[in-house]
Write a new protein. Structure first.
Ligand code: SF4
Ligand code: SF4
Ligand code: SF4
Ligand code: SF4
Lengths: 982, 198
């Protein structure tokens, strides 16, 4: 016997134990139906492994443990699984829980089973698993899976093993009877536990109101080799509480919030020890237990060994229940148990007592009065709490404070309620408060979890957005790069083309002034040569006979040069200097040509035709241009000045000019100029040529030449230019020859310049032949750019066809067709923009990357929207007429939906475009407005121009200049816009 | 004079030392973010339903910290309002739109054979509680669902129900006791020994 300690508080309720200890433990009859709940323990419910209709044998596993804190469930007797469903279970809530229902066959046929021969011989883990698989869980209290406690030796130093045989609650005698009859089994079970936990000291705590049990225990432990003490303690409720028992036996207080193992102590119930014995020695799983049947409503209160799952009814009947006296059926003790309503509730592993109480035995609780602060509750509380305070907090729902007053140390022993003079149901308040707090905590956990998930989601979305943005930016950058590369390439191409002997571009560009000077010098030299003619020729003849021919050629060239104005070659060279300048000049020329055609009418045409007939290689258009050039030297020079300023004007600008040229042509057509006939023929003839020319221009960034694509006259002019350049080159060469022959000091310089020009000239000639009289810039074409040219040409073809059609239409209908023409040209303009865009984006090298590849066609979208809208309106109107036409109604609904969808698509597209533009710092709306205004300005300028022409005003060039500027502006804006709207 | 000078110097020195200490502490132990917002956010139920008019609980928490009313969260119910009032030391006002009885916890349930796999609900769910893929049947991960209701509306075939969460043995809880019933104590026939402190 060890030293006696004590715990705080405690009460001495009437024991009421004698009733049920009168006779030995009886074996309860096998009921017809067993209802075995899947969750008889704390932790996860077990997993069913049988199906309805299966025959199960006694001791067979019918549900397997799931997770760490869980045990197997076994069939208590043989029979057939009748149902697996929710059945009432012993729980204070009175709720149902999934159970396996077995219809017994009365044979009680065992499954094959055997105990362990020597539990000490197998590894501890296996032994623990063996126990776990035999379904052993705590047989008092909450039913904690025993194997978990047996593992405590792993991570805790267990000094003391305490066996709880207190059974302090009134009425209950199950452990008492077990010890009286089977003390040796219990001790053997203790040995198994001790083997697993290896404690230094084993204590069996038992109250002094069970002398027979104490004697039996003493007998049984006599032979035990364990360091085992039977500690008899005075009877006081609730000495059976784990912490109270520990305090009582060892004087050690388990700190709040800790388990006994933290102070080196493990408690087990003697019933559990007995169950472990059964399992380890006999292989019998936990399928039955000893239960006390007591209460005044029973004729024969006694203890029974009953199968788990036996309905209370069966047990109570075998204890001779007097139905009429039964007032309240209680499971567990009177202090901590709970009332159940139904006798069909089954016995489970933790059911140690069933009280069938009469009214007198357990009358309804008297009404609660207010707390009088008597402090009696505080005096009896074994957990040393302040029950009245806790009650107060629970009632006021001040759970935080209740928690701070260690509400969770309350073992719900009911001692405080028992003594409370005001009959306050204190325990219920605590249970309520605990449940609320647990619930709040669970919700808080869930909320935290939700917050985490929410934030994770937000972060993810944010990330996705960023990535999208990044990708978008990258794409934009790539596009910009591609554009830059394309421009570089274009420049390179043009440079290449120039270096490969292209007369139009590099040399002339870089050394325009030099070239001009040289040309002038050459001309002067030529004149000199002519003047000094005979002498020089004689000298040359004397030295080289070949030079004679050259001289003659020079002379011829000189003659030719004489017939052409001196300025002409200068102007042309300047044109060649700048790509944009060429286009601009051509535009100007086209306009001039138009004006001329208007002013001079047939006379010019006839002359042109005559020239055409005369010169097979040259077109009549070229002739016209030539004529024009003859008379229009000065304005051209002006234009060139402008062009020089706008050297940077890109191909797009040129294309815009082409459009304008087309317009001019349209205007010509509209104004009924007789030149229309000729123009038409010219266009037809020149189609192929100008396609090529256009493509070449684009590639070489000398695209302005593509102007002729639109207008026969412009094309003709272009050709004329080309020819003129050729002529100039020839002249320059001849001049050089002459200079050489005449020993001019400029010969060296001229040689270098003219050598280059010669190469260019040859190519130009070849190109010219190729194009059947293509404009000078056509020769820019090179092998590398051929592929590009093709695609560009293809694109152009469409435009040309359209232009042709428009032209045809205008021609056919005469002047009033101007409107039609305009529409056609507008379309063409759009196409041009697209091509330009494609060209830009493709870097001039990848014509495949055209905006046509854009996933959405805004025009189609808009069309769809308006079509559907119209349809919808019609359908609605029809519906208004015939309100109950179901078909119409559905049709309207369908259309409404379709309209919405289309609209949405359009909206999305538009907003996308807006975003795209905004991302580049451009306000699309503003851009649109600007573009529209610029277009309006162009129209205005055009009108002013035509008016001025009609009135033959003097400030014509000025107005033309204005028009040009306005057109350029509009073109630029349109182009920017087209990038976002195509 | 010397003594005064020494005293002044000593005090100045102390002032300097403590000033440096405090300055260091204010840098070293700086509190990241707004702790008040965190506290408020901790009280809000995190249903993320947006019924408060903000796109989630945290934005509402931020709004509260900037002076918005504390009674706009229906999922939180009156208890949240009270907790907020407590935290912010303001008057607890009734829930906006009248006091609902303790809000019933719900969870979304997709009638799976009706689901057309449009993924709209996935996009709506603020806590990624819905599992599914385009043209595949979708399902709600019950344990993750906050019952915010946001997935119900976008479903084009209306196959999402909000079901009240069923009480299980594990979630069942005791109610506040009604005075005068239910306590099981032994009858009073025997001698009633009171409060022996053993
Ligand atoms: S029920 Fe709780 S508060 Fe009351 S006496 Fe027991 S432990 Fe103390
Ligand atoms: S015993 Fe009852 S009346 Fe007395 S202080 Fe405790 S709760 Fe109040
Ligand atoms: S109303 Fe919804 S989103 Fe707003 S705080 Fe409450 S739970 Fe969060
Ligand atoms: S599943 Fe529906 S109700 Fe549940 S959290 Fe997601 S959106 Fe809200």
């Amino acid at each position: 016997m060890s030293t006696q300690f004590s715990f705080h508080g405690g009460v001495h309720p009437p024991e009421n134990k004698r009733q049920s200890t009168g006779g030995p433990i009886q074996i309860a009859p096998i009921p017809e139906q067993l209802s075995v709940p899947l969750s008889q323990h704390i932790g996860a419910p077990s997993d069913v492994v049988v199906a309805v209709g299966d025959r199960v044998l006694k001791g067979q596993v019918i549900a397997e443990a799931v997770g760490r804190i869980s045990v197997n469930v076994h069939a208590p007797s043989s029979g057939v699984v009748e149902a697996i469903e929710a059945r009432p279970v012993p729980h204070s809530s009175g709720m149902t829980a999934p159970s396996i229902v077995i219809r017994t066959d009365g044979e009680d046929e065992w499954v094959e089973h055997s105990g362990l021969e020597d539990f000490r011989a197998i590894p501890k883990q296996e032994l623990i698993d063996f126990i776990r698989h035999h379904g052993i869980s705590g047989m008092g209290g909450a039913g904690f899976p025993t194997d978990v406690k047996l593992h405590l030796g792993d991570d805790h130093i267990v000094n003391t093993l305490i066996l709880n045989a207190m059974e302090c609650e009134p009425y209950i005698t199950a452990d008492d009877m077990l010890l009286r009859e089977h003390a040796e089994q219990v001790v053997k079970g203790i040995e198994v536990i001790a083997h697993l936990l290896q404690p230094h000291h084993v204590m069996i705590g038992i109250e002094d109101n069970k002398p027979q049990a104490i004697r039996a225990l003493e007998l049984a432990t006599e032979q035990s080799k364990l360091n085992l003490d039977i500690v008899v303690v005075p009877t006081v409720y609730p000495s059976g509480g784990e912490k109270q028992l520990i305090k009582l036996l060892t004087g050690v207080e388990v700190p709040s919030g800790h388990i006994p193992a933290d102070v080196g102590i493990v408690c087990q119930n003697v019933g559990t020890a007995s169950a472990i014995y059964d399992a380890v020695y006999n292989g019998i799983p936990l399928i039955s237990r000893i239960v006390t049947l007591t209460g005044d409503a029973l004729g024969h209160p006694h203890n029974m060994r009953a199968l788990i799952g036996t309905p209370l009814q069966t047990l109570l009947q075998s204890a001779q229940l007097r139905e009429k006296d039964l007032y309240r059926l209680v499971i567990g003790g009177p202090m901590m148990g709970f009332t159940v309503d139904s006798q069909s509730i089954p016995l489970i592993k933790t059911t140690n007592c069933v009280i069938a109480a009469t009214y007198n035995e357990m009358p309804p609780a008297p009404p609660a009065n207010p707390c009088i602060r008597c402090g009696m509750c505080e005096q009896v509380c074994p957990a040393e709490l302040l029950p009245q305070q806790l009650h107060w907090f629970a009632k006021g729902k001040e759970f935080e404070k209740a928690k701070h007053h260690n509400l969770f140390d309350c073992i719900e022993c009911g001692a405080c309620s028992y003594v409370c003079p005001s009959n306050i149901p204190l325990v219920q308040y605590y249970r309520f408060a605990k449940a609320e707090i647990r619930n709040e905590e669970a919700e808080q956990r869930k909320a935290d979890h939700a917050r985490q998930r929410f934030e994770a989601r937000q972060a993810r979305l944010e990330q996705e957005k960023l990535e999208k943005e990044l990708r978008r930016k990258q794409r934009a950058e790539e596009a910009a790069k591609a554009q830059a590369v394309k421009k570089d390439k274009a420049v390179q191409n043009s440079e290449k083309a120039e270096s490969s002997g292209e007369p139009d571009l590099k040399s002339l560009k870089t050394a325009s002034a030099v070239a001009r000077t040289k040309l002038k010098k050459a001309q002067k030299a030529l004149q000199l040569a002519e003047d000094k003619g005979v002498g020089d020729i004689d000298k040359l003849r004397q030295t080289v006979t070949e030079l004679e021919a050259k001289e003659r050629a020079a002379q011829e060239a000189y003659d030719q040069a004489q017939s052409a104005p001196a300025e002409q070659p200068v102007v042309d060279i300047q044109q060649l200097k700048t790509n944009a300048a060429v286009a601009r000049t051509k535009l100007k020329q086209a306009e001039k040509a138009l004006a001329k055609a208007k002013e001079s009418g047939e006379g010019d045409l006839e002359a042109l035709r005559a020239k055409l007939a005369e010169q097979k290689a040259k077109t009549e258009a070229a002739q016209a241009a030539y004529d024009q050039a003859e008379s229009g030297g000065a304005p051209q020079a002006d234009v060139n000045a402008v062009n020089l300023d706008e050297l940077k004007a890109s191909m797009e600008t040129a294309l815009g000019k082409v459009d304008k040229a087309q317009k001019a042509l349209d205007a010509a057509v509209a104004s009924g100029s007789p030149a229309v006939e000729k123009m038409k023929a010219g266009v037809e003839k020149l189609q192929g040529k100008y396609k090529e020319a256009k493509a070449e221009y684009e590639n070489a960034q000398s695209a302005p030449a593509s102007a002729p694509v639109m207008s026969a006259e412009t094309l003709a002019e272009l050709k004329a230019d080309m020819e003129a350049i050729q002529g100039k080159v020839e002249k320059a060469q001849k001049a050089l020859d002459a200079a050489v022959s005449s020993g001019s000091p400029a010969v060296e310089k001229m040689k270098a310049g003219v050598e280059k020009l010669q190469g260019k000239y040859k190519e130009a000639k070849a190109e010219y032949e190729n194009a059947q009289s293509a404009p000078a810039s056509a020769p820019v074409v090179s092998a590398e750019t051929l592929a590009e040219l093709k695609s560009d040409m293809e694109a152009m073809q469409g435009k040309v066809e359209k232009a042709q059609k428009a032209l045809d239409a205008a021609t056919a209908s005469g002047s009033p067709a101007a409107d039609k023409m305009k529409a056609g040209v507008e379309k063409l303009q759009g196409k041009y923009n697209e091509l330009k865009q494609a060209f830009l984006e493709a870097g001039g090298q990848l014509p495949a990357a055209q905006p046509d590849a854009a996933p959405v066609d805004p025009k189609t979208l808009k069309q769809t929207v308006s079509i559907v809208r119209t349809k919808l309106k019609k359908a609605q109107a029809a519906l208004d007429g015939a309100a109950d036409d179901v078909e119409l109604q559905t049709e309207v609904q369908r259309l409404t939906q379709a309209h919405e969808v289309a609209k949405k698509a359009l909206d999305t597209y538009e907003s996308e475009q807006n975003d795209k533009a905004a991302a580049e710092g451009i306000d699309l709306k503003q851009l649109k407005i600007d573009a529209a205004m610029a277009r309006a300005a162009v129209t205005k300028a055009e009108r002013a121009l035509s008016k001025a022409r009609e009135a033959e005003q003097d400030d014509l060039p000025e107005i033309e200049q204005q028009l040009l500027a306005a057109q350029l502006e509009a073109e630029n804006l349109n182009q920017t816009l087209s990038r976002f709207t195509d | 004079m010397d003594i005064i000078l020494i005293a002044v110097i000593a005090l100045l020195g102390l002032a300097l030392v403590f000033g440096l200490l405090l300055g260091f502490a204010s840098v070293r132990f700086r509190v990241e973010g707004n702790p008040l917002v965190d506290q408020i956010d901790g009280i809000l139920p995190q249903t993320q339903c947006g019924q408060c008019g903000y796109p989630g609980c945290r934005p509402y928490a931020e709004a509260i910290s900037e002076g918005d009313a504390i009674n706009k969260c229906p999922p939180g119910g009156q208890s949240t309002v009270e907790a907020l009032a407590d935290l912010l030391d303001v008057e607890a006002i009734p829930l906006e739109g009248g006091v609902e009885e303790e809000p019933v916890k719900k969870v979304a349930y997709i009638r799976e054979d009706e689901c057309i796999g449009c993924t709209k609900c996935i996009q709506a769910c603020p806590v990624d509680a819905i599992l599914g893929a385009a043209k595949q049947m979708h399902t709600v991960i019950e344990s993750e669902c906050t019952g915010c209701d946001l997935c119900v509306e976008p479903c084009p075939v209306d196959c999402i129900d909000m079901l009240p969460i069923e009480t299980t043995l594990n979630t069942w809880k005791w109610d506040m006791p009604k005075p005068g019933v239910d306590l099981i104590v032994t009858d009073l026939r025997g001698e009633l020994k009171q409060g022996d402190a053993a």
